[in-house]
Design a protein around this ligand. Sequence first.
Ligand SMILES: CC(C)(COP(=O)(O)OP(=O)(O)OC[C@H]1O[C@@H](n2cnc3c(N)ncnc32)[C@H](O)[C@@H]1OP(=O)(O)O)[C@@H](O)C(=O)NCCC(=O)NCCS
Length: 145
Amino acid sequence: MLEVKIRRALPEDVEKIFELYNSLSEDDLYLRYFHYYKPTLDEMKTLVKQSDHITLVAESDGKIIGEGTLYNDGEFSLVVAQEFRKQGVGTEIVKALIEEAKNKKLKNVRFYTLPENEPMIRIGKKLNFKLSIDEDEVYGELKLS
Ligand SMILES: CC(C)(COP(=O)(O)OP(=O)(O)OC[C@H]1O[C@@H](n2cnc3c(N)ncnc32)[C@H](O)[C@@H]1OP(=O)(O)O)[C@@H](O)C(=O)NCCC(=O)NCCS
């Protein structure tokens, strides 16, 4: 079984997170940011600074295989490297983001995605998010208090 550790991103992870992003398809980047966007190395440095957000990484065998970011308003997004999908990593990242949100005493967490994003919809259902699914957008919300 895949051994994965979910933890806060650190400044020394920048290069490895950048590698993860470079391995992603345009579709993945679109789903992660909800528009096409390829972050630069400098933007990665902002990501790990954890200023208006909390960024977690999934690490396996010294490699960063996933990343999830929770913003102060409760919105979050995540990505898992393609070759490590369907093994529960995405679910574990979302669970860890929910814990971070609870610790920050946020009232809810939420995500937006596309109706064809079956894995994200499954994660939402499994973790009891209230889902609003329409033709071109899925909105998931979980109340925490
Ligand atoms: C969404 C994403 C993070 C899920 O990561 P993952 O590690 O594959 O997630 P999990 O392994 O926890 O799978 C979650 C569920 O989806 C299912 N699943 C995974 N990939 C699937 C696929 N391609 N088609 C159908 N179901 C799929 C899993 O079997 C699992 O179902 P279960 O909980 O009923 O067993 C990953 O697909 C990804 O990075 N996508 C691109 C970016 C993205 O969409 N981000 C979300 C923005 S909000």
